[in-house]
Design a protein around this ligand. Structure first.
Ligand SMILES: NC(=O)c1ccc[n+]([C@@H]2O[C@H](COP(=O)([O-])OP(=O)(O)OC[C@H]3O[C@@H](n4cnc5c(N)ncnc54)[C@H](O)[C@@H]3O)[C@@H](O)[C@H]2O)c1
Length: 192
């Protein structure tokens, strides 16, 4: 991965930050884009101090124009965008569907699903021009649940994107999508 330019969204903390660190260890130049710019900046500085090429940038994946400008700027400055990890997401309020408000539904869909689409589209245009690039969409094991939440649709989106490039869904030991906590452990309950 030496010299490759990688963008990880929602990487100020948690799983995304772990992905940034791993990409940095493999030699990629990583941009950590998050709403929490100061936290992302502190994390990037700590990894840079350990010799990794990591930068933070302010990014709201739910803002279509901002996402397009963000990727175009990286492409202009770095010359290429090789890897995109769509990790940014928010959990839904856990409530019976009959009690879920329009606002809560729209909030989660807009950030988690539409935000993933915005990033795939903006980076995909650049990758198409380059003739190469990899997109990794972090989804949820809930996507395999018959009573699928919004994250199920994200897996559908990921499969659509596969037609245009490389694609990975987070996978567990048995090849099925895995549930990972913020420490990066495989879920002890479901064993995936
Ligand atoms: N932790 C799990 O077990 C689990 C299970 C299923 C799916 N996931 C998915 O994996 C991803 C990471 O999970 P986590 O537990 O590390 O989450 P987390 O809440 O710790 O981190 C999410 C990050 O996304 C950022 N973010 C939120 N909205 C944003 C926006 N509009 N633009 C840019 N950044 C934004 C937050 O600031 C935060 O840094 C999420 O997409 C989550 O839905 C996690």
């Amino acid at each position: 991965m030496e010299g490759q330019v990688a963008v990880v969204t929602g990487a100020a903390q948690g799983l995304g930050l772990g992905i940034v660190e791993k990409l940095g260890q493999y030699g990629a130049n990583v941009i950590n884009g998050d709403l929490q710019y100061e936290k992302a900046g502190a994390a990037a500085a700590a990894l840079s101090a350990r010799g990794m090429a990591v930068e933070a940038a302010e990014l709201d994946v739910a803002d279509s124009g901002a996402v397009t400008r963000f990727f175009n700027r990286i492409s202009e400055e770095r010359g290429h965008v090789d890897i995109l990890v769509n990790n940014a997401g928010v959990g839904q309020k856990v409530a019976p569907v009959v009690e879920l408000s329009d606002e809560e539904w729209q909030r989660v869909i807009h950030i988690t699903l539409t935000g993933t689409f915005y990033c795939c589209r903006a980076a995909g245009r650049i990758m198409e021009g380059q003739g190469r690039g990899s997109v990794v969409n972090i989804a949820s094991i809930n996507g395999q649940n018959p009573a699928a939440t919004e994250r199920g649709k994200e897996i559908v989106l990921a499969n659509e994107i596969r037609k245009g490039g490389d694609h990975l869904v987070l996978r567990g030991k048995n090849g099925r999508p895995a549930w990972i906590d913020v420490q990066g452990h495989i879920c002890p309950i479901c064993g995936n």
